[in-house]
Design a protein around this ligand. Structure first.
Ligand code: 3HC
Ligand code: NAI
Length: 693
């Protein structure tokens, strides 16, 4: 079958779209639908039409893969206008998720019948875009400008029965009766005057309202251009004609579409979906069954992981080495569960059901029924190896043994178990029940089915699993070292912590590195550095952080770290005593302090990341540059609209990045700045990291 087809049911045209997997509105679908509309207009034996989709969902929007290519007519807005203009009624039958251009097509239709389980949304903002096929003009006409703005600005799908979108859906049908219901609906409206959305008026909204939304969104989406344009377009729907609103929307859409922000967000979209595809994993392999999970170590990470597994439906036992540890972990899991209820994420009944599957124990041999054990004890090789020796002894054959180590050698941990094939790294991020990233560390001997199970497990937890190789710090923390190191060097060279943080935050990082250290607790990095066997022999290496930790200034939890946090506040206040310490340390090390430009702060920190990313690719620790981007945008607050460090480097141009790195190498020596051969090669040949596949 072609991607569209028109069949008759009596005098009703049933127009089917079949473009797996998500019925994206590719060129063939758009032109096919145009032909179907022409047929509907020309055929005197047809009185009305139903547009529906084959497969798991109604259209999930424009075909995002087409955005980088030359556009082909008919464009999506033309299709939506053609539907709207049809003299014969057209009914959309919605199931799955009608998103973006998919919902715009549905709004071009004169009526919408939806399956009970269907969801609708305009997620373009998440791709740095705005609805560009009439969404900003049609939705306000159906549900009002204020409600439309909520839908378009948050980009989240809503259930079709959600009262906040009242007016969008004309009828709700049982899932298994959708098409028949839509045909009945079409039969009823056939021959009656069509009800065009474009003919409706929009209730007036005070200009102040839009001003308030503009200032609120500017704070929330620092630097993003599409949210502001969305507000302009929706406001235009309340003040201008439909035609003028459509013109304005098209102009704004094309501007967003050609922006580097949208390119970055679209890159992130596909990168996240590619990350779980492991090139050399046997596709025939069957995942192991997971029902009972045991988490060992009931501290910060263990409790969060246990909570995450419970809400995903698993049975969970949380172990710690003594009754105090167990009691602490038990209390944390219950507190997190209650927090979920308080924030409306979970119903009380769902939280109770989770807790009914939850138990704790201080008996470290209580692992014999576990399908998966996740170890989250102290970050110390001897302690981890001792735990894995016990697991090797007490676990049933086929149990998967995972370590949540954030830096240590997974192969050395695996060896202690005596069954290295069953062992894998699962590096969760803190807070584990919230952060979406899971670095899955494939050890030298990790079995293929253990890897396949771990990828499926990440998905079941609602996380993005990225498969990485085994080395110190894997992808994320290995690169964090370079980023953090440049921050530390810049402090010694004369940049104040609050200046570095402001500059990087303005550039797009979720937080500045010094504020992050204070939030996480400076002792965590300190302990990891002390454990590190291959730390460079450089007296400047993380010297400021070491001095602060040795004084007991660990961050927010001790009321001061790099910053002061007076009276338990969480707002960092620059600390003159810390600045004096930094200056004294610089003098002791013979470092002359100087004025440092904002550009240098950005380049030192971000190129520090890129150079380590290039080494990671050389070492084959990541399968692709885009996997590194997924780690950094989902685990370390790197701005998604810049795509990730490797995509950003490609956008700047690797020749330029390379030249600057060579300059840094000249100025600061080659301990950290020696350009990797891979980068030199790509720069020389006009290549990109994304060319590496
Ligand atoms: N265009 C092209 N490919 C798309 C796509 C789209 N709009 N949406 C999904 N895909 C692809 C994915 O890349 C993936 O491909 P792969 O199998 O090769 O990796 C495949 O479809 C399945 O996608 P998911 O893995 O995400 O499947 P899920 O079932 O988890 O989710 C979904 C389905 C909810 C539809 C999700 O894919 C999604 O959110 N898609 C994006 C929707 C979107 O942003 N639409 C707006 C597009 S912009 C637009 O419409 C502009 C217009 O206003 C002019
Ligand atoms: P934590 O100190 O909060 O908790 C560790 C828990 O393990 C404690 O409750 C302790 O009693 C228990 N424990 C220690 N030895 C044990 C043993 N032999 N048997 C059973 N329980 C034992 O530590 P945290 O922060 O939860 O870290 C745990 C692991 O997670 C570490 O490997 C760490 O590197 C990693 N990690 C930590 C992150 C963080 O931000 N805290 C982020 C990602 C990973």
């Amino acid at each position: 079958m072609s991607t569209t087809e028109l069949n008759r049911q009596g005098r009703i045209a049933v127009i089917s779209i079949n473009n797996p997997p998500v019925n994206a509105l590719s060129h063939s679908v758009r032109s096919g639908l145009m032909q179907c509309l022409q047929q509907l207009a020309d055929d005197h034996d047809l009185d009305a039409a139903v547009v529906h989709c084959i497969g798991r969902t109604f259209c999930a929007g424009a075909d995002i893969r087409e955005f980088g290519r030359p556009p082909q007519q008919p464009f999506l807005p033309e299709l939506v206008l053609a539907l709207d203009a049809s003299a014969k009624p057209v009914v959309a039958a919605l199931h799955g998720t009608a998103l973006g251009g998919g919902l715009e097509v549905a709004m071009g239709c004169h009526y919408r019948v939806a399956a009970k389980s269907a969801k609708v949304g305009l997620p373009e903002v998440l791709l740095g875009l705005l609805p560009g096929a009439g969404g900003t003009q049609l939705l306000p006409r159906l549900i009002g400008a204020e409600a439309a703005l909520d839908v378009i600005l948050d980009g989240k799908p809503r259930n079709v029965a959600d009262p906040s979108i009242k007016g969008l859906i004309d009828a709700i049908a049982d899932d298994d009766d959708l098409l028949a219901s839509a045909v009945r609906f079409a039969t009823e409206v056939a021959g009656k005057p069509v009800q065009r959305c474009s003919d409706r008026s929009v209730a007036a909204v005070d200009a102040d309202y839009f001003e308030q939304r503009r200032s609120a969104i500017a704070k929330r989406t620092r630097g993003l251009i599409s949210p502001k344009k969305i507000i302009d377009c929706v406001q235009a729907a309340t003040t201008s004609s439909f035609a003028e609103g459509m013109r304005l929307e098209r102009e704004a859409f094309l501007e967003c579409q050609s922006s580097s922000q949208s390119a970055g967000l679209r890159h992130a979209f596909f990168a996240e979906r590619t990350a779980s595809k492991v090139p050399n994993l046997n596709a025939e392999v069957t995942a192991r069954t997971l029902e009972q999970i045991v988490v060992i170590g009931a501290g910060t990470m263990g409790a969060g992981i246990a909570h995450n597994c419970l809400t995903a439906g698993y049975r969970v036992r949380l172990l710690d080495k003594d009754a105090d540890g167990v009691a602490r972990g038990d209390a944390t899991v219950r507190r997190l569960m209650q927090g979920g209820v308080d924030r409306g994420k979970l119903t009380t009944a769902a939280a109770d059901a989770c807790l009914a599957r939850f138990e704790t124990s201080d008996d470290l041999t209580a692992v014999s029924d576990a399908d998966l054990v996740i170890e989250a004890v102290f970050e110390n090789m001897a302690v981890k190896q001792q735990v894995f020796r016990g697991l090797g002894e007490h676990c049933k054959p086929g149990a998967i043994l995972a370590s949540n180590t954030s830096t240590l050698d997974v192969d050395a941990i695996a060896a202690a178990s005596g069954r290295a094939g069953d062992v894998i790294g699962m590096h969760f991020f803190s807070p584990a029940h919230i952060m979406r990233l899971l670095e899955i560390v494939r050890g030298r001997e990790t079995a293929d089915d253990v890897l396949a199970t771990s990828i499926a497990f990440a998905k079941a937890l609602g996380k993005i699993g990225v498969v990485v190789g085994n080395c110190y710090g894997f992808v994320g923390n290995r690169m964090l070292y370079s980023y953090g190191r440049e921050n530390q060097m810049l402090l010694l060279e004369g940049a104040a912590p609050e200046v570095i943080d402001r500059v990087l935050q303005d550039w797009g990082m979720a937080m500045g590195p010094n504020a992050v250290n204070d939030l996480a607790g400076m002792d965590i990095g300190y302990k990891a550095r002390k454990e590190r066997k291959d730390r460079p022999d450089d007296p400047r290496f993380y010297r400021v952080a070491d001095v602060l930790v040795e004084k007991g200034w660990l961050g927010q939890k001790t009321g001061r770290g790099t910053y002061l946090y007076p009276d338990g506040s969480r707002t960092p206040v620059p600390d003159p005593e810390v600045q004096a310490l930094i200056n004294a340390e610089a003098a002791r090390l013979g470092i002359e302090q100087r004025e440092i430009s904002e550009q240098e702060i950005i380049e030192r920190c971000i190129y520090g990341l890129i150079i380590e990313g290039a080494r990671i690719l050389e070492d084959k620790i990541a399968y692709r540059a885009s996997d590194i981007d997924v780690v950094w945008t989902n685990g370390y607050g790197f701005p998604k609209y810049r795509g990730g460090p490797m995509h950003y480097a490609d956008q700047v141009g690797l020749d330029k990045v390379y030249a600057r790195i060579c300059e840094f190498c000249e100025r600061f020596g080659d301990t950290y700045w020696k350009p990797p051969a891979l980068l030199a090669e790509l720069a020389k040949n006009g290549g990109k990291f994304s060319d590496l596949g």
